[in-house]
Design a protein around this ligand. Structure first.
Ligand code: HAM
Length: 432
């Protein structure tokens, strides 16, 4: 007998059943994921976004250069290994996010030439070696979008409106937080002022924040462990915005107001990746998630394409955490279901053969059918039909085969409809 092999910490199985019911962790079923995915698949194409898929494995250099060496993600959280397969050593990492990969693909395939304005969306697993807690895992799923090639604020507005539409369709309780991180002219001046201020308060800051003063002072503002009054007293970007950065931010706010998208300006919203410029935004759940309440985050990254070897192309995007959205859908009892239309309960061997044939022709007509594969009494077979949430059940015995007629039972109401077995497709079509 082999011993059980436990799963890797920070990963989870998503099954069609309630497996987390008895643990501290709220349960997530595949139906919650599917609901979120299908809402994305319906919403994003309405705005012209097309799906793109890139590899999970990329060269480590892509993330180091794209996301930033000084970030927690690159500095501490990547799953990195040396792939010496071709005799030379190449450092490979499992993607911690997908923006850098999509930019790589965009540059690699010269998309700028064929499509000056490009909108892509994606879905897939990302990997970060983080401390596990509710809503934070080491393998998690993101659904995200990236739009390349548009400079003005209208694309930021369109994308935030799309995120708002998607989350609203899912019934997520959230607030859209908005900020600007300024442009190349703004940032160095703000950063210098921030460093002066933080150095002056060094004695009161945590060691982590002190270490960040020189490398990544903007991230200190995001610290959850420092005194809020110190962070609040820090110089605000507002005073340092260049005219162009201010005009862009005003354009975003004006556009969102015009389209009726509610938002709150949040000067402390700084994001954990280094590529952002100008607009940043986060959708934050207003209930149900505890500490990990950011369900989606994104912003503009106008220098990233160039930094990764492409042209001077603007970009803006966001990614949402599917597990966090799924926890909220689960709490609200919302999920996608794939219940069969009909459950057939054959009573004997000849009936089983007939049931298999009926099921074959119904499935060929596009109807979901489950045939009892276990010979059991009618009561037990009906229990199985209920557990599957089938719409109708049909008991197939000798009489039904001889007469060619049977009773379709609607499981929710108990109503019975007599139908001809040769006409089942039409009968189910009429009743559904
Ligand atoms: P991010 O803020 O690092 O941004 O991640 C986006 C979302 O992914 C978060 O708001 C959260 O919902 C989810 N997430 C992140 N880490 C975890 C985790 N360990 N467990 C569960 N969920 C998590 C990005 O990744 C950017 N690439 C977004 C973007 C796209 N910016 C521009 N384009």
């Amino acid at each position: 007998m082999g011993s059980r092999i436990p799963p890797v910490k920070g990963t989870r199985d998503v099954l069609p059943l309630d497996i987390y019911k008895d643990s501290d962790e709220p349960w997530l079923r595949i139906g919650h994921y599917q609901l979120i995915e299908s809402a994305a698949r319906t919403t994003f194409p309405l705005y012209g976004y097309r799906e793109a898929r890139t590899p999970i494995l990329e060269r480590t250099e892509l993330f180091a250069r794209g996301i930033g060496e000084a970030t927690d993600i690159v500095g501490k959280e990547m799953y990195t290994f040396d792939d010496g397969a071709e005799g030379k050593s190449v450092s490979i990492s499992m993607r911690p996010e997908n923006t850098a990969s999509l930019v790589r693909a965009y540059v690699q395939h010269n998309v700028q030439q064929s499509e000056p304005e490009t909108k892509w969306w994606y879905l897939g697993p990302m990997f970060r070696r983080e401390r596990q807690q509710k809503g934070r895992y080491r393998q998690f799923t993101q659904i995200g979008v990236e739009a390349f090639g548009s400079q003005g604020p209208r694309i930021d507005v369109e994308q935030i409106e799309m995120l708002h539409r998607w989350l609203t369709a899912l019934g997520i309780p959230f607030a859209m937080h908005l900020n600007t991180l300024g442009d190349g002219e703004t940032r160095p001046r703000w950063k210098a002022a921030l460093q002066d201020y933080l150095r002056a308060h060094q004695a009161e800051l945590t060691a982590d924040s002190v270490a960040r003063i020189e490398t990544n002072p903007i991230r200190v503002l995001d610290s959850k462990f420092d005194k809020p009054e110190i962070l609040e007293g820090a110089p605000r970007i507002d005073a340092f915005l260049s005219d162009a950065a201010r005009a862009h931010f005003d354009g975003v706010k004006e556009g969102l107001t015009r389209l009726g998208v509610p938002f709150v300006v949040d000067p402390r919203l700084v994001r954990g990746l280094d590529y952002y410029t100008r607009t940043t935004f986060e959708a934050i759940a207003t209930e149900g998630l505890g500490a990990q309440s950011t369900v989606a985050g994104g912003g503009r990254y106008d220098g990233l394409v160039k930094q990764l070897g492409g042209g001077d192309v603007a970009g803006v995007g966001f990614a949402a955490g599917v597990e966090r959205l799924a926890l909220l859908c689960a709490a609200a009892g919302r999920e996608a279901s794939s219940r069969p239309v009909l459950f057939i309960a054959p009573l004997g061997e000849a009936e089983e053969k007939k049931a298999d044939e009926l099921a074959q022709s119904l499935r060929a007509a596009g109807l979901g059918v489950e045939v009892s594969l276990r010979r059991a009494n009618v009561g037990n077979m009906m229990k199985r039909a209920d557990a599957l949430s089938a719409r109708f059940a049909l008991v197939l015995g000798g009489d039904e085969i001889t007469s060619g007629r049977a009773k379709l039972k609607e499981l929710k109401t108990g109503a019975q409809h007599e139908v001809s077995l040769t006409d089942l497709v039409a009968a189910l079509g009429q009743l559904s």
